[in-house]
Design a protein around this ligand. Structure first.
Ligand code: AMP
Ligand code: GLY
Length: 425
């Protein structure tokens, strides 16, 4: 079948790399893709939020399956759009419709859903400009640190954690009155702070059946030892040693199954990936957030640990027959280290040539912010390349990725050298 994958990051390169290996895939197109996806298929210059343009491409190129990588087209309703159009209604689509995507698109929707279906999460209340004063009163009843979240999509920046009450009140004011995050912060969720270790858990679902994918730990802060500002993710590891059978069983019975039951009760037809951002609080999992897609950079360690055919799995997801699919996983550790542009996540320069991409090694390079220009590969974003290594020994996988980070170079390159090291005994 012909497949169209939407997106342009490291996650999409990992997906493209895996899709291209499937005997079920005839042609793979990636829109808009990057210099890495181009090695797995054909990049096409499409605006993925222009649904008419996407539908036109699907029809013209006889596309059988559309895989939506990032959240924004999903939140904007691409799945419903394609399903409602007579010419594209039979195309298999990986990604939920507009309502299902609200699990990520609206923090308040997600919190209400969790409350309704008894899914463990931090206690919360939400506020608008009209109820600003009540928000201040609510903050005064809480203990620090204070967690404030813009309701809508804010490119991963909508969560603010503050230590002082004054700072929290000021943040609330910035968000509600000064619209610090535009429309996304017209509503603000204030919630209880959860103290623990984060872990990302993923499922593939057809709306009723689900398959557990490998879990991962993401390193979000820019600096060594989890310091400095949040980024899109500086590295990831999978499996996560503290996610033992007992913990995963709690996640399955207390979080995944109730989420699936809730989706079915709400008649939300969900065919896609669900990313559970969890906090392990003394051995008990709590949901911090839902995402309606794979994680990035988590996909760069999760996808390489899937041995079975991903296209076949996605076919079963779209057709509602996931109960017939048996996933085979790779038992090795996967570690990815992200090479980023100096200055990221604040301002940084791009357009620098990347050297050493052809140097021999046994790792996988997933390109993120890298594009082709005049026969050269140049940096085009903050996160540039994810270096993923697999090994039975996590320490070796870390060493392998770190050794390659020295071979690939570009001006002002930066990366963390401590990815995964906190998990070594
Ligand atoms: P989110 O955008 O929802 O993933 O939140 C960004 C980050 O804020 C998360 O990855 C956590 O590190 C942190 N965070 C969010 N909610 C909480 C909470 N209730 N307690 C502690 N940390 C949180
Ligand atoms: N790595 C976190 C995310 O994809 O949202």
């Amino acid at each position: 079948m012909n497949i169209l994958l939407l997106g342009s990051g490291g996650r999409e390169h990992a997906l493209a790399w895996k899709i291209e290996q499937s005997p079920l895939c005839s042609r793979l197109f990636i829109a808009p893709g990057n210099a890495g996806t181009q090695l797995c298929g054909t990049n096409v210059q499409l605006n993925i939020n222009d649904f008419d343009a996407v539908a036109g491409f699907v029809v013209e190129n006889n596309i059988h399956m559309v895989v939506v990588g990032p959240e924004d087209p999903l939140v904007n309703g691409i799945t419903d759009f394609l399903k409602q159009k007579p010419e594209t209604k039979n195309v298999l689509i990986i990604g939920p419709g507009k309502i299902g995507a609200q699990l990520e698109g609206s923090k308040e929707f997600a919190k209400e859903f969790m409350k309704k279906y008894d899914i463990p999460t931090a206690a919360y209340r939400s506020f608008t400009t009209e109820t600003y004063e009540e928000g201040v009163d609510f903050l005064e009843t809480l203990k620090p640190p204070y967690v404030l979240k813009a309701d809508g999509l804010a490119a991963g920046k909508g969560v603010v954690i503050v230590n002082s009450l004054d700072g929290a009140i000021d943040t609330l004011k910035q968000m509600l009155k000064n619209k610090a995050f535009g429309k996304a912060s017209e509503k603000v969720v204030i919630e209880e702070f959860l103290d623990g270790i984060e872990i990302s858990v993923f499922v593939a679902t057809d709306g009723k059946n689900w398959v557990l994918l490998p879990e991962a730990k993401d390193y979000k802060r820019i600096g060594e030892g989890d310091t400095g500002p949040n980024t899109g993710g500086m590295g990831a590891v999978s499996p996560v040693p503290f996610a033992d059978t007992e913990f995963i069983e709690k996640v399955k019975s207390g979080i995944i199954q109730p989420t699936m039951d809730g989706l079915m009760k709400e008649n939300i037809d969900y065919k896609g990936f669900i990313f559970f951002g969890l906090m392990n609080v003394n051995g008990d999992p709590f949901v911090i957030e839902y995402n309606v897609r794979m994680g990035d950079p988590e996909a760069e360690v999760v996808i390489p640990r899937i041995n079975s055919d991903l296209v076949n799995m996605m076919q079963h997801m779209a057709l509602g027959t996931l109960n017939e699919y048996v996933i085979e996983l790779c038992p090795q550790f996967a570690v990815t280290v992200m090479l980023v542009s100096g200055g990221y996540p604040e301002s940084y320069e791009k357009g620098f040539e990347i050297s050493g991409l052809d140097s021999p090694h046994d790792s996988l390079l997933f390109y993120a912010g890298a594009k082709e220009k005049d026969g050269k590969t140049i940096t085009s974003g903050g996160r540039v390349i994810a270096v993923t290594s697999l090994h039975n020994d996590m320490r070796k996988a870390i060493e392998m990725s770190l050794s390659i980070t020295h071979k690939i170079d570009f001006a002002h390159k930066f990366f963390r050298t401590d990815i995964g090291k906190d998990l070594l005994k």
